[in-house]
Design a protein around this ligand. Structure first.
Ligand code: SF4
Ligand code: SF4
Length: 135
């Protein structure tokens, strides 16, 4: 179980309840195709969490996009799931080692100006007392 304390960040018009992740099913790890950026340090942490060496992890789970690395996705019909998403568990298989991009969700610059999109995408987002879609 994750913390149920509401999180806020200066400049963001919404709050986030991390306990929503327990029952959400991983909306933010599924959906449209996108990049999940990882730094070298994050690669090392992810490889360690999976009990792999970095080159094997990179070959199996990462793709190079320009000069950066992103976690590969699995295409399931219309849905793209992060390769590290555990469908049976309904959550991240490497939660404690997940990269900063995942840790900082939904407090992304993009959502700061688009709180309605944040509340539509994440049931943990609370905007004007209104929770997300399946909370
Ligand atoms: S969409 Fe929101 S509630 Fe669901 S797993 Fe992601 S951060 Fe948690
Ligand atoms: S690394 Fe984990 S939290 Fe991040 S998108 Fe993949 S499954 Fe989701």
């Amino acid at each position: 179980m994750k913390k149920s304390t509401l999180l806020t960040q200066p400049g963001y018009p919404f709050a986030f309840d991390p306990s929503a992740c327990d029952t959400c099913g991983g909306h933010c790890c599924n959906g449209e195709s996108g990049n999940i950026w990882v730094t070298r340090r994050e690669m090392e942490a992810l490889a360690e969490a999976l009990g792999m060496d970095v080159p094997s992890f990179a070959e199996e789970s990462l793709k190079k996009v320009g000069y950066r690395y992103s976690i590969r996705e699995r295409c399931e019909g219309q849905n793209y799931a992060c390769l590290l998403f555990d469908g049976k568990k309904g959550g991240c298989s490497v939660y404690d080692a997940r990269p900063a991009q995942c840790r900082s969700f939904p407090f992304w610059d993009y959502f700061r100006e688009r709180p309605d999109e944040a509340v539509a995408e994440c049931p943990g987002v609370i905007l004007d007392g209104r929770p997300g879609p399946s909370a």
